[in-house]
Design a protein around this ligand. Structure first.
Ligand code: FES
Length: 230
């Protein structure tokens, strides 16, 4: 159980929750989060947006009953956190780009905080949020509002690229990677549905070149070329 320090709305349907506790989350990992007893049945997978000496932060979007309930919680309320889970991002080597679409920008903040150099590309469909926080990290930040954020990054300029966003964006990133020179090691962080978060239910099953894997324990970060998108 973790006590909520704050839970602020940063845009329409977008919130940042700060929950108390000492965690050792790696960049790109996630927690299964719930703030209720029985209904809805499933906890919600939320990637680590940031971590400080007081606790862990989640940048999340209201996308259903569970996240709606989370958005109504207040400082002092308790949430149940299972985690940190998943493999997280590998060590970035060389020149690095972080590309996020929509709520997929969330895990990139914590990753960027730990990188000496990173170019950030943040894509939004309707409204820009948390721009000031990303800029405060001191890395170059390019914002795309209503366009295709992937188009802003030349993959051949980089050695490592981390991408997180909706599946069509990741599929496009995979194609872009395949058509590039191959200089960049490209990794995608999947936003798959999850139920257990610990490898027990198969809800998060992902098609990969060597068979099926589980996004919760084998991912959520995969090499872009490894994933077979449906
Ligand atoms: Fe249950 Fe991944 S969420 S196996």
């Amino acid at each position: 159980m973790a006590t909520i320090i704050s839970n602020r709305r940063v845009a329409e349907g977008i919130y940042v929750m700060h929950a108390e506790g000492r965690f050792e989350a790696k960049q790109g990992q996630f927690f299964m989060v719930r703030g209720w007893d029985n209904y809805p049945l499933l906890s919600r997978p939320l990637s680590v947006y940031d971590q400080d000496e007081r606790g862990v932060k989640f940048l999340y979007k209201v996308a259903g009953e569970g996240t709606r309930m989370l958005s109504r919680m207040q400082a002092g309320d308790d949430v149940t956190l299972l985690g940190p889970l998943g493999n997280g991002f590998p060590a970035a080597e060389g020149r690095t780009a972080l590309i996020g679409g929509g709520i997929g920008i969330a895990p990139l903040f914590y990753a960027a905080r730990h990188l000496e150099q990173a170019d950030l590309y943040l894509g939004y469909s309707v409204e820009v949020y948390e721009e000031h926080e990303f800029r405060s990290l001191g890395h170059p930040v390019e914002i795309d509002l209503g366009g295709i954020v992937l188009d802003r990054a030349n993959f051949d300029d980089y050695d490592t690229i981390f991408i997180c966003g909706p599946e069509p964006m990741l599929r496009a990133a995979q194609m872009k990677s395949a058509m590039s020179s191959g200089r960049a090691q490209v990794y995608v962080s999947l936003e798959n549905r999850m139920a257990c978060g610990i490898g027990a239910c198969l809800v998060c099953s992902v098609g990969c070149e060597n068979g099926r894997k589980k996004a919760c324990v084998d991912g959520p970060v995969f090499r872009a070329g490894e994933v077979v998108f449906a």
